[in-house]
Design a protein around this ligand. Structure first.
Ligand code: ADP
Ligand code: MG
Length: 218
């Protein structure tokens, strides 16, 4: 199993005390599996992605990524997890404006100690980014920037890719195109992929769909 989430709960502080967001979430994913996470706005989808990706901590329950229990990790341990095992693709692309497209793509792989120039060339080609490598992110369209974010994550070869509405900012045709490329590349690397999406079309492209409601998955 690449991911095993067991009985995870998390609350946020509210004016009248703690507001529960996740209430006993269980989920498991095996290598190479793709999964769509749906749910109303505010249902806790991003929160779940953040705790799996080590960007936030749970109140209760356990999360194992690639066999390692990450719930006991300190900041340093969670940072190492994000460098080596989990790649997160956000809706906002989070590219570094002062770095070229090529340096942005290389960034995470270098941190992970997995930089491979041939693979960078191959990924850039597959994602139509080769003519743009020397440019800066601001010179690219939204769809192109999202492709850079995808390339950056995949070049680092995480075992688990988490994507939070990765095509939410793109027009329908571009979104379908970016999704096709992301799925092909994820299958190619054998990574598991969890995608948060509002789109039934995107959800239907995944192996499995789960819905988050009232803090639980169904
Ligand atoms: P979704 O991604 O499904 O729209 P979120 O996980 O972003 O949902 O948020 C779930 C709930 O938790 C919402 O009610 C939101 O307002 C609340 N929430 C999210 N992050 C925080 C935070 N850092 N502090 C307090 N409340 C938060
Ligand atoms: Mg969200």
């Amino acid at each position: 199993m690449v991911l095993r989430v067991k009985n995870v709960s998390k609350s946020y502080p509210g004016v009248d005390g703690a507001v529960p967001v996740l209430r006993g979430v269980d989920i498991a994913m095996s290598a190479g599996e793709t999964l769509a996470l749906t749910g109303e706005s505010g249902s806790g989808k991003s929160t779940l992605l953040h705790v799996i990706g080590g960007l936030d901590i749970v109140d209760d329950g356990t999360i194992e990524v690639a066999g390692q229990d990450i719930t006991g990790l300190d900041d340093t341990g969670r940072a190492a997890l994000r460098r080596s095992d989990v790649g997160v693709i956000f809706q906002q692309f989070n590219l570094i404006p002062s770095l070229t497209v090529e340096a942005n793509i290389a960034f995470q792989a270098r941190l992970a100690g997995r930089f491979d120039a041939a693979r960078l060339a191959q990924l850039s080609d597959a994602l139509g980014l080769t003519p743009h490598l020397a440019k800066y992110p601001e010179a690219l369209s939204g769809g192109q920037q999202q492709r850079v974010a995808i390339a950056r994550t995949l070049l680092a070869q995480p075992t688990l890719v988490l994507a939070d509405e990765p095509t939410g900012n793109l027009d329908e045709a571009t979104a379908a195109d970016v999704l096709d490329q992301m799925l092909a590349l994820v299958r190619d690397t054998g990574a598991a992929l969890m995608v948060v999406t509002h789109s039934p079309v995107v959800a239907a492209r995944m192996d499995r769909q789960v819905h988050l409601s009232q803090g639980r998955l169904a």
